[in-house]
Every structure is written in structure tokens, then in C-alpha cells.
Design a protein around this ligand. Structure first.
Ligand code: FAD
Length: 359
């Protein structure tokens, strides 16, 4: 979705070089293809655009929402009554292993760029849609890697301090699908650039069991081979944006994989009617385990291709809620509530939504 042409709307205000438009439909800016209009909408291509937009919104007492690629976003049907600021800063600077990447660059294109240069560290994150600036927000991760492992620094506008700041990895407080930016200080920082430290001529990561199986009994694959295999695996699950594929009108995984104390596994197994050692799990810190939310959904009665009017589940991955055509946000939220209640009833676990809800 990054870098797409703006849908037509008329210019209302011109602030410095910034066009601020009115009543702009947000659905085309999201991978779900759902949601009402932004009252005001502007595209920032420089850091100066960001400060101008903030000043403009402050004078009018308007809220600001920062939009990247719209791939982790569910916009409510009534839209957003403030200013949506779409981050479209571009450029990649690279000095040996350090890459400074502007927030509006496409994440997947950056992965390709790094892989082509023989830089290891993000090859398993191929095929994830959205912008580079969106990746630190929920500490994007897949197939055994997460961006926290390679992010060295995040440059952002701090709306509280009214200045640009640089946050190191520790200050970003990365955890599973979490960071400072989506927990402790939501809406405070507008990311403009991310610095990654990659590994020149490094080996590809094959930590993830599914990837290991793809390359079993083979010599060590190239970074490009691993990235291509990840994309193939993602495509098979409808987790790659492919034009015309109805399974990817989604925000990817809709629920986070819950992390529970290891001693609760027996209770989960009993509720599922299986032995404790057949509950799929990944080890987590502090004597805890991470459970696949998709497994919980399936045992609570939801299957791939499940339909509830215009909302449904992907035919290739239980964890992706999809827009089956003309779904509204209300349709998606109804299905979400239905699933959360069923999993809670069966397992006593409250699933958490992964995408951001706007409006
Ligand atoms: C098919 C599909 C597969 C996916 N697979 C994965 C996966 O494997 N792993 C994974 O972790 N995610 C996955 N996602 C989710 C999504 O792609 C990522 O979370 C992505 O990083 C979101 O970036 P974005 O630019 O699209 O953010 P948006 O959706 O535009 O915004 C999401 C949040 O980030 C904030 N934000 C965005 N840009 C900035 C910025 N510059 N500064 C401050 N805040 C900002 C927004 O305000 C909002 O709160 C998938 C999504 C889809 C549709």
C-alpha cells in the first residue's frame, strides 16, 4: 500500500508545502479496504511537513493519526474526525552494516534491497506489508526473526517535547508485538527514520521449524533463497499481498498469540480434550509459553473459510479475519467479539486484537 497514488479529493488548505485535504476515504489506504473518511488528510514527505501538520492540527484542536501502509489497521465506519497524517518520507542511506531507512519506504522492498546486498538479519521478514516506520511500532516479527533484533535507533518526532529525538533499542522497549510506541506512549512519537544494523555476508536464520523443514538435508541456503521461501510459505497461507487474492483483504493475523504461565498448559489441554504434550507451543520468557491463537480458534469452533455475512476467516489461515466483499468495520468487530467470547468460554483466555482500531 505504500507509495500508492492518492485518491482524488480537493485541497482545502495549503500549509507551507503541505496540502491538507478534506473528507478523504480511508478504506483505499488500508489492506482491509474498510473504513469511513478522515475529516482532514495530509501526506508528509519531509520532517518539516510533519511539524507543519502538527502545528496546523494543534491550532484547530484536532487529534492526529499517523498512517503508514495501513496494513495493521481497522478503520471504523464513521471514519476519523481529526487529521490523518500519511508518512511518505523516502530514502535509504547505507554505510557498511548500518542502514538508515526513511519511514515511508516499503518494508518488503527494503528487505529485498538488503538481501540483494548480502546483508543478513531481516530475510525471514520478507513479504510483510506496510512501511518501514510501522515496523518498530509492533516489533514486527515472523518465521523466527523480529525487527527488534536489528533496530539500532529510531528517529521520531516527540509530540510531547515538540522536537525530533533519537531512541536507542533499549529505549524502544521491544517485546512480543509490543514497543514503547504501542503501549506506554501511544501517539507520542512519529517515526521518521529507522537505523538497522545488518550482518554483511551473514548466514540466513533458520530458527523456525517450518523453514528448517524446507531446507532439510540441503547445504546452507542463500539469503535470497530463504526470503523467497518465506514469501512462498506466506503466499500459501494468504499472508502475502497478492492483487485479487480475496484472502489478503485483511490485516494479517487478527489476534496475538497468547502467552501463558507454563503451569496453565494442563488446563488448556484438558479444555481442548488432548494430552498436555500435544498442545502446540513455543517457549517464552519467565517460565511461560506462547500458544498459537489459530489453534485455539480452531478448537473453539472456527475453521478456515468460516463466513459471517461479509466478514469471515481466510480460507488459508484461521487467524486472518477478512473482508469478503463489502464488509463494514461493524461486521468485522461482530465476528471478532464472537471469536473472543468463544475462546474465552472454552479456554478461559482472552484473545487480544493485533491491528489498531481507528475511530
Ligand atoms: C497480509 C498481511 C500479513 C502480515 N504479516 C505480518 C507478520 O508476519 N508479522 C507482523 O508483525 N505483522 C504482519 N502484518 C501486519 C502489518 O503488516 C505490520 O504490523 C506492519 O508493520 C504495519 O505497518 P504499516 O506501515 O502498514 O502501519 P499502519 O497499518 O499504517 O499503522 C499501524 C500502527 O502503526 C502506527 N504507525 C505507522 N507508521 C508510523 C510512523 N511512521 N510513526 C509512528 N507510528 C506509525 C499507526 O499510527 C498505527 O498505530 C501483516 C499484515 C497483512 C495485511
Amino acid at each position: 500500500m505504500c507509495g500508492r497514488r492518492l485518491p482524488f479529493s480537493y485541497t482545502l488548505y495549503i500549509v507551507a508545502a503541505l496540502d491538507i485535504r478534506e473528507s478523504v476515504p480511508l478504506a483505499p489506504y488500508t489492506t482491509f479496504g474498510i473504513g469511513g473518511p478522515a475529516r482532514y488528510f495530509a501526506v508528509a514527505i519531509t520532517e518539516a511537513d510533519i511539524t507543519a501538520a502538527i502545528g496546523w492540527a494543534r491550532e484547530r484542536n484536532l487529534q492526529i493519526f499517523v498512517l503508514g501502509g495501513g496494513s495493521n489497521l481497522l478503520v471504523r465506519d464513521a471514519g476519523f474526525p481529526g487529521l490523518v497524517l500519511h508518512i511518505a518520507l523516502h530514502g535509504i542511506r547505507h554505510q557498511s552494516a548500518l542502514f538508515d531507512v526513511a519511514a515511508g519506504e516499503s518494508w518488503d522492498d527494503f528487505v529485498d534491497h538488503a538481501v540483494a546486498l548480502g546483508m543478513a538479519g531481516i530475510e525471514c521478514l520478507a513479504g510483510i506489508p506496510g512501511s518501514v516506520g510501522g515496523t518498530p511500532v509492533q516489533n514486527v516479527g515472523a518465521y523466527g526473526q523480529e525487527v527488534a533484533q536489528t533496530i539500532e535507533l529510531v528517529r521520531a518526532f516527540d509530540r510531547e517535547a515538540g522536537a525530533f529525538v533519537e531512541l536507542n533499542r533499549a529505549q524502544c522497549r521491544f517485546r512480543y508485538r509490543e514497543s514503547l510506541f504501542n503501549t506506554d506512549e501511544p501517539n507520542r512519537y512519529i517515526v521518521t527514520r529507522v537505523r538497522f544494523r545488518l550482518y554483511p555476508n551473514g548466514d540466513p536464520s533458520l530458527r523456525y521449524a517450518e523453514l528448517q523443514r524446507c531446507f532439510a538435508n540441503q547445504p546452507l541456503p542463500s539469503l535470497a533463497a530463504v526470503a523467497a521461501t518465506v514469501r512462498e510459505l506466506r503466499c500459501g497461507k494468504g499472508m502475502l499481498l497478492v492483487p485479487g487474492d480475496p484472502d489478503c483483504r485483511s490485516a494479517g493475523s487478527f489476534f496475538k498469540n497468547p502467552i501463558i504461565p507454563a503451569q496453565d498448559l494442563q488446563r488448556i489441554a484438558a479444555a481442548a480434550g488432548v494430552a498436555s504434550d500435544s498442545v502446540p507451543q513455543w517457549p517464552a520468557a519467565d517460565h511461560r509459553v506462547k500458544l498459537p491463537a489459530a489453534w485455539l480458534l480452531e478448537r473453539a469452533g472456527f475453521h478456515k473459510g468460516f463466513a459471517d455475512g461479509a466478514a469471515g476467516l481466510s480460507s488459508r489461515h484461521t487467524l486472518a479475519l477478512i473482508n469478503r466483499g463489502e464488509a463494514t468495520c461493524a461486521d468485522i468487530e461482530r465476528l471478532q467479539d464472537h471469536i473472543v467470547a468463544a475462546v474465552q468460554q472454552r479456554f478461559g483466555l482472552k484473545l487480544e486484537r493485533e491491528p489498531v482500531l481507528l475511530g
